[in-house]
Design a protein around this ligand. Structure first.
Ligand code: FAD
Length: 228
């Protein structure tokens, strides 16, 4: 998996703080900006998060390039309706000899991995035969498995990202999208630490929201996301 941050709102924390301060201020946005030091900005963002005034977080957007992930992952990712997506097409791109993702559970069992590889390669062989026989890629792709690698560009605002991390950094999330969420969180924390402070799964900053389904590792999970 390869995840890079392609672009983000310039000075994201400043924009968010400026927008939110406007709600409580008699002066205009320019006068507000003049008074906003980095320390004041970080403290104010923490206050907004604590009181749930997170609509202002929508003013900061982050765009990621994601490659080498499975279609199984992107099926889950695109369920996040408030994000924007551009994904490599299986209609316009023919995927002869397509790379694919092999889950760790199979990698740990060499005999089963051989079976898995054989089945995926067989699908690839038939897919290629169909293309060579003139079947359009948009129809031949019905054979392509969830394991098939894909590339996708995703844009989310900071509010949606925090929601995404809440669900997908959880130990109950599927391993591949969990890995993606951890990488995205690492990247956004580098450019906007205050916006993403105490962000991660639900239990990073409160009780586990999973109830009976909890993984039971609250202390370890908290330690992981404090260090991330
Ligand atoms: C552990 C796990 C297991 C899952 N298992 C399944 C499964 O078995 N089957 C399945 O189909 N899905 C499953 N999902 C996907 C899940 O149901 C959601 O579709 C996905 O997580 C996107 O979440 P969301 O709708 O909260 O987020 P987003 O689409 O990103 O929306 C963010 C928030 O905006 C608000 N919102 C967005 N759209 C609307 C709307 N139309 N009306 C009202 N409010 C809205 C909601 O508050 C929402 O939480 C699973 C997810 C997880 C994390």
């Amino acid at each position: 998996m390869r995840v890079i941050m392609l672009q983000h709102t310039q000075d994201p924390e400043h924009v968010v703080a400026q927008a939110a301060k406007l709600c409580y201020s008699a002066v205009g946005v320019e006068a507000i900006a003049e008074k906003l030091t980095p320390e004041k900005t970080a403290g104010f963002i923490q206050k907004l998060a604590d009181m749930g005034h997170v609509s202002a977080f929508e003013h900061a957007a982050f765009t990621f390039g994601i490659e080498g992930v499975s279609r199984a992952l992107t099926h889950q990712l695109v369920r996040h309706r408030l994000a924007s997506f551009s994904q490599q097409s299986q209609r316009y791109v023919s995927l002869k000899e397509f790379p694919y993702v092999c889950p760790p559970s199979l990698q740990a069992q060499p005999e089963l991995k051989i079976k898995f590889d054989r089945a995926v390669q067989e699908l690839g062989k038939t897919y290629t035969e169909l293309l060579d026989a003139g079947i359009p890629a948009e129809d031949a792709r019905y054979l392509l498995p969830n394991a098939c690698e894909t590339k996708i560009v995703v844009t989310m605002n900071a509010r949606e990202l925090r929601h995404f991390f809440l669900l997908r950094c959880c130990n109950r999330a599927q391993w591949e999208i969990h890995d993606l969420a951890d990488r995205m969180l690492t990247l956004v924390k580098q450019v906007a630490p205050a916006l993403f402070a105490q962000t991660g799964p639900g239990c990073a900053a409160g009780p586990c929201p999973e109830g009976k389904m909890s993984c039971g590792n609250l202390a370890d999970v908290r330690e992981k996301y404090q260090k991330l």
